[in-house]
Ligand binder design. Structure first.
Ligand code: MG
Ligand code: MG
Length: 271
């Protein structure tokens, strides 16, 4: 008779809880779309922040009247409702008046919303005007890596099966999009539910077959961060802004994803 130590599991949410998380997630999706629509040459990232906050607060007022709020605002002292990370900024850029968008910028917007006590977290990167072809390839590749990697978010897999799928997808993306890609070291996805950042931490690369079990109803925020030149980053003096060490461009795509019997379910869809 063989005994197997019961492995840790990523908490399972009920179908009703997943619906509640999706309601929060869809508000994030709406905010991301409004921000993208407002982004243009000459617009500051602080203006984009205002668009996101207004969208979230308006969305929460109807139909539930529960009141959605921007999860990021005040989170560990973060001042914005979005992270706005332009060009060589990977993540955690603070929206400000001085950062004014220009033609050729790659803008990464990360946003969270809390509704009825559940959190959605999602990010995307987009162009202002026309991107340099390599940067365009980087951005398309990062989106593709997210969509490919999340296919491993199914019941029965272990946590690092998703990490491995993201890494494998990154290597395939290099061929598919004809560009060398670097996976940012030390940053990754996370569990999510009633708070934004929950255990476990999800690396964007690594060996498969390790970590807690993904169950039906387990939820992870999956968020590849790729660059054109380096896996190394630095945090600026504001203690937030994460930049590539070599100044190369970075892209960031994220969805909050549930593992279900029918496959991965994106809770932060953009319609
Ligand atoms: Mg995020
Ligand atoms: Mg996240």
């Amino acid at each position: 008779m063989a005994f197997r130590r019961r492995s840790k599991r990523i908490p399972a949410r009920t179908p009703g809880e997943l619906d509640a998380m999706q309601a929060a997630g869809e508000i994030v999706g709406k905010a991301l779309q409004e921000v993208r629509a407002a982004a243009a040459s000459g617009v500051s990232t602080l203006e984009l922040d205002a668009v996101a906050e207004q969208t979230i607060r308006d969305a929460g007022a109807y139909p539930t009247d529960a009141g959605a709020y921007p999860t990021f605002k005040g989170y560990e002292g973060f001042p914005g409702s979005i992270c706005a990370s332009v060009n060589d900024v990977i993540v955690h850029g603070i929206p400000d008046q001085e950062t004014v968008l220009a033609e050729g910028d790659l803008v990464s917007i990360d946003c969270g919303a809390t509704l009825d006590g559940w959190v959605g977290d999602s990010a995307w990167s987009f162009a202002v005007g026309k991107l340099d072809p390599d940067v365009e390839a980087l951005n398309k590749a990062t989106e593709w890596v997210l969509m490919e990697g999340m296919q491993a978010m199914v019941p029965g897999n272990l946590l690092t099966d998703v990490s491995h799928a993201l890494e494998q997808a990154t290597r395939r993306a290099e061929e598919k999009f004809g560009v060398e890609l670097f996976i940012v070291d030390g940053y990754g996805g996370h569990g999510i539910g009633r708070t934004m950042h929950e255990d476990p931490y999800l690396a964007n690369e690594g060996r498969p077959g390790r970590g807690p079990l993904i169950q039906e109803g387990s939820v992870l925020a999956i968020e590849p961060m790729l660059t054109l030149g380096t896996e190394d980053s630095a945090v600026l003096e504001d203690d937030w802004t994460v930049v590539t060490l070599d100044g190369s461009f970075a892209a960031h795509w994220e969805h909050t994803v549930a593992a279900t019997a029918d496959g991965p379910r994106i809770l932060t869809r953009r319609y």
